[in-house]
Design a protein around this ligand. Structure first.
Ligand code: ATP
Ligand code: FE2
Length: 349
């Protein structure tokens, strides 16, 4: 039996996964850098990754019940992401690959979020990819994954985390904001005459399939400084921001004629966003796919899963390593912090 190892280190999460050659994710471990207060500092995140990498690797092998010698190749997300974090991941992966005499598969993190959809039955989806750094509406067209819409300023997760920081909450802020919003919806719904909680008037910014958050961020900062009820802000913000995302995704479905919506990225863990997407899909007669939480957030399982597809394609075609992303020559492996989704030649499909 052969195995593919997946390694993730593009941002706050260091992950190691073991995928078998049938594409089953046997183990998907991750260790996320968190803070009680304040955001994340790239060099501290790098130190975190350095600290946890070795143990996580051993634990993954142990939980999968395999030896190092059973690993056929290591897939790692070399793009896009924070350079210090990517470098730490690459250093770790190259060292292991050298020791074991095996190749490295360079995987684009964003595309891995999309490809993991095929593990739950999505065949040709529009993906709403909503994470910390990224907010994109992506779909496959003519040999590439194309970005149909995206944020014009901040990633939605970073935006939510920033608002959480203004409120004095720690990182990541998304889950805490969700909780506050849900509490407000409970109570606010009971108080209001129409049965719907009262909403703050917030700017709504969608241009075609693109979205923008900076105006909203300024407005919310002012509201917080003026002492407006934080749970009301959390609730109103979620309603407005998620409506923007759903509108962009719906427009991409209409534009491409595709009939599947796939969610990806940590913000897609939000149950209110999932609910709004589900309603939109039902109304359009589309199918919605939402991976389990462990495969939505940054994780190494999706990296190993796509790495395996790329590995198979490289073996089948014998293509050059720069095209397939499978590198035997480890000196040629490099990080690409700013690689864009549509820079990648999709040769494995
Ligand atoms: P990428 O590298 O793909 O941009 P990322 O590094 O931001 O990803 P993810 O794990 O995909 O990492 O997403 C993390 C983000 O998800 C954080 O901004 C966090 O606040 C947000 N998040 C997590 N859970 C929720 C939730 N329930 N509601 C809203 N946001 C959430
Ligand atoms: Fe991610």
């Amino acid at each position: 039996m052969k195995y593919m190892l997946g390694v993730e280190s593009t941002a706050h999460t260091f992950g190691v996964a073991v995928v078998d050659f049938e594409g089953r994710i046997l183990v998907n471990l991750r260790d996320m850098y968190t803070t009680e207060e304040g955001g994340m500092i790239p060099l501290e995140v790098r130190a975190h990754h350095k600290r946890v990498a070795g143990d996580l690797y051993l634990k993954a092998l142990e939980e999968a019940g395999i030896d190092e010698g059973d690993v056929e190749a290591i897939a790692f997300s070399n793009a896009p992401g924070l350079a210090p974090c990517l470098l730490e991941g690459m250093g770790f992966v190259k060292k292991k690959a050298r020791e074991l005499g095996i190749p490295v598969v360079c995987v684009n993190h964003c595309i891995a979020h999309l490809e993991i959809g095929s593990s739950i039955g999505a065949t040709d989806p529009v993906m709403l990819y909503v994470s910390g750094a990224n907010t994109q509406v992506i779909a496959y067209e003519a040999g590439k994954y194309r970005v149909f819409g995206e944020t014009l300023d901040l990633g939605v997760g970073n935006f939510i985390d920033t608002v959480a920081r203004y409120m004095g909450l720690g990182f990541p802020g998304g889950p805490r904001i969700q909780q506050m919003a849900a509490e407000y919806a409970e109570v606010g719904g009971r108080w209001s005459v129409v049965g719907e909680p009262e909403l703050l008037d917030l700017p709504y910014s969608v241009k075609g399939m693109d979205v923008a958050f900076s105006g909203l961020q300024t407005k919310i900062r002012n509201l917080i400084e003026r002492g407006v009820d934080k749970s009301k802000i959390a609730y109103s913000m979620q309603e407005v921001v998620f409506a923007m995302l759903v509108e962009a995704a719906e427009r991409a479905l209409a534009h491409t004629g595709k009939t599947e919506l796939l969610l990806g990225g940590g913000v897609a863990c939000n149950s209110r966003l999932q609910e709004m997407c589900r309603i939109m899909c039902e109304e359009r007669g589309c199918k919605m796919f939402c991976p389990e939480r462990g495969l939505l957030v940054d994780n190494a399982g999706m990296i190993g899963y796509l790495g395996l597809k790329m590995w198979r394609s490289a073996q089948a075609t014998g293509n050059r390593q720069q095209v397939t992303g499978v590198f035997w020559d480890l000196d040629s492996v490099d990080i690409a912090p700013r690689e864009r989704t549509d820079d990648v030649e999709v040769v494995w499909k």
